[in-house]
Design a protein. Structure first.
Length: 282
């Protein structure tokens, strides 16, 4: 079984299909056999080891391992990198459950040699002492919320400055400007805000004309810990049944509601271009 270091974790999906219409970097037509999806990863057990061997595989769960908790969520940075994995630990420590954020590089995928034919059978293992885990700080979401608020204020200030400096240019593009403000009124970019897979999954998706086209159903990461793409279920406006397509996250705008946690995703493609995309094979 391939040894995978957890600097990733939602889905290890290399590019396998390239489109000839210039959108090859944005879309994927099928999943890699080694793909691990967020729905499978979240909820997995995490083990603690102190043997210091860093073995890439073991024959089943080792007797010296401690089951320290489970994966609660994965935190993403807006630049497409994985910030950390949230683990609910406790129990064996003789303390109440505590949610901590663990750097992805501190957790490894360890193959189960007893089922070598099953590529999806592996363990998540951390090299850490019980004392280190007892002293781990509880993950605090306060700074994230404050950062989002500060960024919305900065966006508002920057927008005001642009209106003043570019009044003439905006007057020449009144129709496009009014349309954009109307469609995205009450939302602000979340360029510097950490996003979790739970937040992104289910987010509505809009095309280049600000028309609703579907929703985010899955997030894929590469094996170097960067977001490779999202899978969106689109349909309805196409006059056919809903179908999954793969979209490059870095080519999209993610926006959050000013008065809540609702997210929207915008892709710079028209309805006609989306109609030509191949189905994503999960």
């Amino acid at each position: 079984m391939k040894n995978l270091l957890l600097s990733t974790a939602i889905a290890l999906t290399p590019a396998t299909a390239v489109l000839a219409d210039g959108h090859g970097d944005m879309f994927r037509a099928e999943a890699d056999p080694m793909a691990i999806h967020a729905s499978e990863f979240i909820g997995m057990r995490v083990y603690r080891s102190e043997d210091g061997k860093g073995a890439s595989e073991h024959d089943g769960v080792q007797k010296e391992w401690d089951d320290i908790g489970e994966i609660n969520d994965v935190v993403l940075n807006r630049d497409g990198t994985v910030d950390s994995v949230l683990v609910d630990i406790g129990g064996f420590l003789g303390m109440g459950e505590n949610q901590v954020a663990v750097d992805m590089k501190s957790v490894k995928f360890v193959a189960d040699s007893s089922t070598a034919e099953d590529l999806s059978d592996f363990f998540l293992v951390m090299e850490a002492s019980a004392d280190v885990l007892k002293e781990a700080p509880t993950y605090d979401w306060t700074r994230q919320a404050d950062a989002a608020t500060d960024e919305m204020k900065q966006d508002a200030t920057a927008a005001a400055g642009e209106i003043k400096d570019d009044a003439d240019a905006m007057a020449e593009n009144t129709e496009e400007t009014v349309k954009d403000v109307f469609a995205r009124d009450g939302f602000a970019n979340v360029v510097a805000t950490d996003l979790t897979s739970e937040e992104l999954t289910g987010a509505p998706l809009y095309d280049s004309n600000d028309e609703w086209i579907g929703e985010v159903s899955q997030i894929n990461l590469t094996d170097d810990g960067k977001v490779k793409s999202i899978v969106a279920d689109i349909g309805g406006f196409l006059g056919l049944g809903e179908k999954p397509v793969e979209l490059e996250l870095t080519k999209m705008d993610i926006m959050r509601a000013d008065d809540g946690d609702d997210l929207r995703a915008y892709v710079s493609m028209s309805k006609e271009q989306l109609e030509q995309l191949p189905d994503y094979e999960k």
